[in-house]
Design a protein around this ligand. Structure first.
Ligand code: FAD
Length: 406
């Protein structure tokens, strides 16, 4: 009898964790496993604010999939998925089609610009190695070319960042460290450079309490970051953002040489385009992480919607959730293949850490609030723990942040 075919699409946190755990849960005779991903590497999305700002080389955030996922157990195909045909048990890719008996969707997120005029065209996003390389190069070009202009335009040196959630704040924090280096390198007076973080809500980092948020604002303002809160981006042009303060009728144009949008993400649109029933663009999975419409389709990470039983609200889309799902799903697939009952997935919130740049961070772990160097160390531990879970001590030593030899 032929082996059941398990197809995993997307090698992000959810897809990679599912693939590596399936190798442990199943014997080679249990199933044929295939992993499809756009690139031949996996990258840690949660680190992308660093290469975007130029404070860490992008190679530190990525690894070849074949080095982490044993090619003798999982067939890796580098290809781009264009459509899922769940009624036909097929996935269409740019180069052909793949049939499956069980499908795991882990295609991650895409930027959500909420229809704000010009953002799609003129703003950069922090999404992948490709997008962050562009941001880093663009910022560097603005600095490098500034003194060559006949009449230097100071606004070339302004970096406007839309959104003050985790991504936006971690990015401006890295910029605050990077800008003095760029100024030294390109002979530019630091006072000419502006880093502006624009946010519609009255505060930054909505998942942290006031004491930690105040600390973060104080630390970042002291490094020259400007926050514009209660301020909505109404339009983005090639060299400016047009903003409006809450309760004001006046529009303000902020000229900027670099505009980065971090203000919203949504599930990969392939899910909705493929005709799945969705809730806010995501598939609301059952407690075995299965699509309610197709019992052989499972969803992990940012394409899935899971209710947090403690808060009765959707779990926020995080790497933490995607990893926990990958681990649980691999076990459940083993149960299914062995005709055993599945185990319900329960999300365990292990806390949140927001980096404020080198050596500084804020964190909430259970009832504890942590700030400064201890929180920054915790961030590195969280990052390295993922590598340990994914590829063992070898991967952690090679790619981790606590490695003293790098
Ligand atoms: P992803 O990790 O996004 O991976 C999706 C994969 O699918 C990618 O490899 C992609 O190339 C591939 N793919 C996409 N489309 C296709 C296609 N059509 N065909 C083939 N392959 C495709 N979360 C936390 O828990 N803690 C944090 O501190 C944190 N910080 C963050 C900081 C930043 C800067 C950002 C951007 C996000 C952060 N997040 C954080 C959120 C976290 O990164 C996401 O929730 C997580 O990456 C989702 O994992 P995933 O497995 O769903 O997808």
């Amino acid at each position: 009898m032929s082996k059941p075919r398990i197809l995993i699409i997307g090698a992000g946190y959810g897809g990679m964790m599912t693939a590596t755990r399936l190798i442990k849960e199943l014997s080679p005779n249990d199933a044929e496993i295939t992993l499809v991903n756009k690139h031949n590497y996996h990258y840690q999305t949660t680190w992308l604010h660093q290469p975007a700002a130029g404070t860490l080389h992008h190679d530190r955030t990525r690894m070849l999939i074949k080095k982490v996922v044993d090619p003798s157990r999982v067939k890796f195909i580098q290809d781009t998925v264009t459509e899922i045909k769940p009624k036909e048990n097929k996935v269409i890719t740019e180069n052909g089609e793949l049939a499956y008996d069980y499908l795991v969707i882990g295609l991650g997120f895409e930027s959500n610009t909420f229809g704000i005029k010009g953002l799609d065209t003129h703003a950069f996003t922090i999404r992948s190695i490709d997008t962050v390389r562009k941001i880093r190069d663009h910022i560097e070009y603005q600095f490098a070319s500034y003194n060559h202009d006949e009449e230097p335009k100071d606004h070339k040196l302004t970096i406007a960042v839309g959104g003050a959630g985790l991504t936006g704040v971690e990015f401006v924090a890295e910029l605050a460290n990077r800008v003095p280096e760029l100024c030294r390198e390109y002979d530019i007076d630091r006072s000419k450079v502006r880093i502006i973080n624009i946010e519609g809500a009255p505060t930054i980092l909505p998942n942290f309490d006031k004491e930690l948020v105040d600390y973060a604002i104080h630390q970042l303002e002291s490094k020259g970051v400007e926050f514009k809160l209660n301020t909505f981006i109404k339009e983005c042009t090639e060299e400016s953002v047009i903003v409006q303060e809450k309760d004001s009728e006046d529009l303000e144009e902020i000229k900027a040489g670099t505009i980065v949008w971090t203000g919203g993400v949504k599930a990969n649109s392939i899910v909705e385009k493929s005709g799945f029933q969705t809730n806010r663009g995501k598939i609301e999975v059952d407690d075995a992480l299965r699509s309610p419409e197709y019992p052989n389709v499972f969803v992990v990470g940012d394409c899935s919607l899971v209710m947090d039983k403690e808060t009765n609200r959707p779990c926020p889309p995080t790497a933490q959730l995607a990893m926990q799902q990958g681990v649980a799903l691999a076990k459940n697939i083993r149960h299914i293949l062995h005709n055993e009952p599945t185990e319900p997935f329960v999300y365990k919130n292990k806390g949140t850490v927001a980096s404020l740049g080198a050596g500084d961070a804020i964190a909430v772990v259970g009832n504890k609030r942590i700030k400064g160097a201890p929180a920054a160390a915790l961030k590195k531990i969280v990052d390295d723990r993922y590598l340990l879970m994914l590829g063992g001590v070898g991967l952690m030593v090679k790619k981790g942040k606590l490695n003293l030899f790098k």
